[in-house]
Design a protein around this ligand. Structure first.
Ligand code: GLN
Length: 283
């Protein structure tokens, strides 16, 4: 449980909302031109398609990638169908606050923003970091959680800071901000579809370090013997998670923001953080 306490500290920092928009380094321009989200730059008439459904009594469909505990994962007792986690509880509350029912579409992380732009889903809730590049494609809500990239290594690893990765085999997850960070540092890496796959490479000694978001890293370290987390705040800046909606869908964005701000103010989001870090650590 003491690891849950560490996570609690991380979660409590969610209320310290800053305006950092890049995942690593302070140079926002560094991410320009990299097609990591594969988001298409379209005009958003499609916003009208989904707005009609997001009225009272309707269904609010969130896209996620349920491979990111404690934020979203598949469980027998999910809060929305089989989907459980901090984000899923937040999604359910946003829908309820607005007289709607929440539905989840589970897909690859890389496909989320395209599905949003196409009107296949109304919003994305996926532990998604606000970045300048993504802001070109979609609008983001008020941030609800502050995270950072960390390094997961074997307990006996000599990696103590990000620069120590220079001559190591690095694993990341495709399309995550961790991949962008490692790219910006100029290191070679291998990208996997799922966090669990990258962590298995590390466990099996096929890679030396996995760069991934802090709370999810803690979950993997809790679940696998012989791993530890190495932090380097000078190399990895803080990131903010927010909900994405189609560009210009201010009607939905206002509803989402009202719910998020209420949940931040009354402690709901902090409580969810405690609940889900304890639950996932106890497994
Ligand atoms: N926060 C990271 C990103 O936005 C990873 C999110 C996720 O895997 N769900 O890229």
């Amino acid at each position: 449980m003491k690891k849950a306490t560490k996570l609690l500290a991380l979660l409590l920092s969610a209320i310290m909302l800053t305006s950092v928009l890049t995942a690593c380094g302070s140079d926002a321009a560094a991410t320009e031109g990299q097609d990591t989200t594969q988001a298409v730059d379209t005009e958003t008439d499609a916003a009208a398609d989904t707005q009609a459904d997001t009225a009272e009594g309707g269904t609010l469909t969130f896209g996620t990638n349920a491979e990111f505990p404690p934020f979203e994962f598949v469980s027998a007792n999910g809060v929305i169908d089989q989907y459980d986690g901090i984000d899923m509880a937040i999604a359910k509350k946003i829908a309820e606050d607005n007289g709607m029912t929440a539905a989840i579409e589970n897909m690859e992380f890389d496909s989320l923003l395209i599905a949003l732009q196409n009107g296949q889903i109304d919003a994305v809730i996926a532990g998604m970091t606000v970045t300048d590049e993504r802001l070109e494609a979609v609008d983001f809500s008020t941030p609800y959680y502050t995270a950072t990239q960390v390094m997961i290594v074997k307990e006996d690893s000599d990696i103590a800071k990000a620069a120590d990765m220079a001559d190591k085999k690095i694993c990341v997850v495709q399309g995550y901000t961790g991949e962008v960070c490692v790219q910006e540092m100029g290191y070679d890496y291998e990208a996997f579809k799922k966090g669990t796959e990258a962590v298995m490479e590390l466990v099996n000694g096929k890679c030396d370090v996995v760069v991934i978001d802090s709370a999810t890293a803690q979950k993997y370290v809790d679940d696998n013997e012989g791993l530890k987390i190495v932090e380097d705040p000078d190399a990895f800046e803080s990131e903010e998670y927010a909900i994405a909606v189609q560009k210009g869908n201010t009607e939905l964005l206002d509803k989402v923001n009202a719910s998020i701000e209420a949940m931040l103010a009354d402690g709901t989001i902090s409580e969810l953080g405690v609940q889900y870090t304890e639950e996932t650590s106890a497994e």
